[in-house]
Design a protein around this ligand. Structure first.
Ligand code: SF4
Ligand code: FES
Length: 222
């Protein structure tokens, strides 16, 4: 069985992209990552087990993990593979996602004191985030350099929201308000894209309740 991999390529330091076709003979269990490993194309990967999020690319127009996409599951012989478009391309399929991490650093998403994990559902759901950035690719409100951190920033914030000690709650709520709540238009475009299958809708509702509702109640003294 053969697939033609139609790959968008770009040399390091150049802004000009070009397309190149590679013919790949695949076996039933082969993923896009299996194929990419045999090609002279620059891309990012690590775990190859859907755990690190490094291999996020756009496959036939849909943002996906290369190591989680079987070639046999893709219709037709031609497979179009492109880099994520929201981030600057470094070379071929490799993009610079450092802005995603910079955002988390800017939001100072950590607790000052130890917190004991209690298996609470919201924290567990949020901890599944791979920081792959696939949700940002489809988000109509996220752009690099903007205030809104997207779902990739929302998940770690949600993880802390109910964990933070009382004295850190106001600060965390403010961070959530400014970087997530005010930017999210609830399009939920990211809902079906997340490879970790995070229950994004539920997380969003609970985080907003834990953060914004608390501020609102405080202001109105209810
Ligand atoms: S929320 Fe899902 S799609 Fe977004 S970065 Fe986390 S794992 Fe990836
Ligand atoms: S290489 Fe780690 S998720 Fe694909």
């Amino acid at each position: 069985m053969k697939k033609v991999l139609h790959i968008r390529r770009q040399k390091a330091g150049s802004n000009d992209a070009y397309w190149e076709d590679f013919i790949y003979e695949y076996k039933e269990a082969d993923t896009v990552a299996t194929a990419l490993m045999t090609l002279p194309v620059v891309w990012e990967h690590s775990c190859l087990q859907k755990r690190c999020g490094a291999c996020a690319v756009v496959i036939n127009g849909i943002p996906r993990l290369a190591c989680d996409t079987r070639l046999s599951s893709l219709k037709g012989q031609r497979v179009v593979i492109e880099p994520l478009r929201k981030f600057p391309v470094v070379e071929d399929l490799l993009v610079d996602r450092s802005s995603m991490m910079d955002k988390l650093r800017e939001m100072e998403l950590w607790l000052n004191d130890d917190a004991v994990p209690d298996g609470e559902k919201m924290a567990f759901e949020a901890s599944k985030c791979l920081q792959c950035g696939l949700c940002l690719e489809v988000c109509p409100n996220f752009y690099v350099g903007g205030k809104f951190g997207g779902m990739a920033a929302m998940a770690p914030t949600a993880r802390l929201l109910n964990k933070a000690p009382e004295d850190q709650q106001p600060e965390l709520s403010k961070i959530y308000d400014q970087n997530i709540y005010e930017g999210c238009a609830k399009s939920l475009a990211c809902r079906n894209i997340c490879p970790a299958q995070i229950d994004i809708e539920n997380l969003l509702v609970k985080s907003a309740a834990a953060s914004i509702w608390k501020i609102f109640r405080k202001k109105r003294k209810i």
